[in-house]
Every structure is written in structure tokens, then in C-alpha cells.
Design a protein around this ligand. Structure first.
Ligand code: 13P
Length: 289
């Protein structure tokens, strides 16, 4: 059964670890992430961007696939199915489709409009038992056509959004989606500390988890980050393993062209990446914490 992400993130905040949000793209992705979470007894959040939802033919397909997979694979760890960077309309679609958590990304609206829309969606999400993530200060880089310049969040705006009763908050602290450029300045821990002070116990979310050095991840967790999003890194691992399989000519040997064989090294590579991240984030063994 899917669960809201609220409780798992409150436990993570109290236990000083973070739960990973791993974005899914298809069946192999979903299966690899769920099996790794179960093996490591870690709570997990499956992230679905609007683009990935569309690719998988719609949010209803995604919710049905994830629910059925949890059942068929006997997954017993807490799993949340979460809309990533949702539009106003996308949030409504996911609530209807059976997601257990949504992110409303109103960071590109003027703050008053972000507050107004977030307030409305919190009310509906909570009435339906879903958790809601809001965003202040856009995340840099590009994800599925959503482009952010990477502004650092204003702590006063974070407090205004947190006071709406949201469940967790994504606040820009110099993080960006995708690979970090050579000249990246690193996470801004002063901003993170100021945001934390402004929002009190609200669990914080770190987007752009790909490529952030381990020491920065650990420091961010110590300063109140309880959810870390990873997308690109699984894509890179999948692509690298698949390229190797093809370059080694394995698809030309015997029945190596069978998609179950062709996609297996990529799926294993996703499992290895997810395992590495869960160990780094400290969520291993926390399924029943
Ligand atoms: P990366 O693709 O940089 O890992 O970011 C993922 C993310 O923040 C999803 O919202």
C-alpha cells in the first residue's frame, strides 16, 4: 500500500537521516528501486515528473503499475508515490489518479500567487490523505522542460509557505538539476541554516541530488534536510551499463537481443546507484523506525 511521505520524513528529520526520492521512467526503473528499498529495508519515495508521467502514458497508468508492483513483489517498506515539480493542474490529476504525495512547484509564480495556490492544494491534499511539498526559490538547471535559474530561497518567504501547513519544503540553496558545472559554487549552507531557523521543524528537501559531494550531503542532512531527490544519476548509470552491453556485442550473442537481457545490466546499475545513495543518506534499516 502506498503511504503519504509525511510520517517517513518526520521520522527522518528526528533520526537525522534523509529518505531518497528516486525518479521513475518505466517498469525497469520502478522495479529496481522498489527491490532495492525492500532489500535494504529503507523507506522510499518514487518521484514522477510531469514529462515522465506523460511518457508512461499518464498518471493513472503509473499509479496502477506501482500499486500492483508493491503487491506482486511483496514490498513491505513504506513507499510514497510523489508528483515531482507538479503544475497546478498536474497536482489535481495525481490526486485523482491515486498518488500518495504531490509537489506543487509554484516557485515561478509571484510569491502571493504561490501562497494562494499552495494553500488551496494543501487543503485538498490533506483531505485526501496525501502529503504536499512546496517550493520557494527555484532549483537551477532543467528537468523535463522546467527550467530554473537556481535562486536561493528567501527565508521569510519559506516561513510564509511553511505556515500554510505543508508537509515538507524545497528551498533553493544553490542546488541544480542534472550534472553540476565545473565552476559550481557548492550548496549555500548559510541560506540553509537561515531557512531552517525560519521554518522550525519543517522537513526540508534537497533537489538536484546527482553529483553533490558526500560531505555536502551529510552537512545538509545535519542542517534539516530529510528528503533528497535523485534522477540524473540513475539515468547515467543505466545508460552506461546499457552502452557497455551493446559495445561488447552481447546483444548479438545468442538471445542477447531479448529485452529482458538487454535491459538487465541497466536495471542492475540503477539498483547499485540507489543502494549507494540509501547508504549515504542513512535510510538503510529505517523501514520500521
Ligand atoms: P537530479 O536529476 O540532479 O538528480 O535532480 C533530481 C531532482 O531534483 C528531481 O526533482
Amino acid at each position: 500500500m502506498l503511504v503519504s511521505a509525511r510520517e517517513m520524513l518526520e521520522k527522518a528529520r528526528d533520526g537525522k537521516y534523509a529518505v531518497g526520492q528516486f525518479n521513475i521512467n518505466n517498469l525497469e526503473w520502478t522495479k529496481s528501486i522498489l527491490l532495492t528499498a525492500q532489500e535494504l529495508q529503507s523507506p522510499v519515495i518514487l518521484g514522477v515528473s510531469e514529462g515522465a508521467g506523460k511518457y508512461m502514458t499518464g498518471f493513472k497508468t503509473v499509479a496502477a503499475m506501482v500499486e500492483a508492483m508493491i503487491d506482486e513483489l511483496n514490498i513491505t517498506v513504506p513507499v510514497a508515490l510523489h508528483l515531482d515539480h507538479g503544475s497546478y493542474e498536474g497536482c489535481y490529476k495525481c490526486i485523482k489518479a491515486g498518488f500518495s504525495s504531490i509537489m506543487f512547484d509554484g516557485s515561478h509564480y509571484p510569491i502571493a500567487e504561490n501562497i494562494e495556490k499552495t494553500k488551496e492544494l494543501v487543503k485538498i491534499a490533506h483531505a485526501m490523505g496525501l502529503s504536499l511539498e512546496a517550493e520557494v526559490g527555484s532549483i537551477g538547471g532543467e528537468e523535463d522542460g522546467v527550467v530554473g535559474m537556481g535562486e536561493c530561497a528567501d527565508p521569510a518567504e519559506c516561513k510564509a509557505i511553511a505556515d500554510l501547513g505543508i508537509d515538507f519544503l524545497a528551498a533553493g540553496i544553490g542546488n541544480i538539476h542534472g550534472k553540476y558545472p565545473e565552476n559550481w559554487q557548492g550548496l549555500n549552507f548559510d541560506v540553509l541554516a537561515n531557512v531552517k531557523e525560519a521554518v522550525g521543524g519543517m522537513p526540508l528537501v534537497l533537489h538536484g541530488g546527482t553529483g553533490i559531494p558526500e560531505d555536502m550531503i551529510k552537512k545538509a542532512i545535519s542542517l534539516g534536510v530529510a528528503k533528497i531527490n535523485v534522477n540524473t544519476e540513475c539515468q547515467l548509470s543505466f545508460a552506461e551499463a546499457t552502452r557497455k552491453y551493446i559495445e561488447d556485442g552481447k546483444d548479438l550473442q545468442g538471445k542477447g537481443f531479448d529485452p529482458r537481457k538487454l535491459l538487465a545490466p541497466g536495471a542492475d546499475a540503477i539498483r547499485a546507484t540507489v543502494k549507494e545513495k540509501m547508504e549515504l543518506f542513512g535510510s538503510v534499516g529505517k523501514a520500521n523506525a
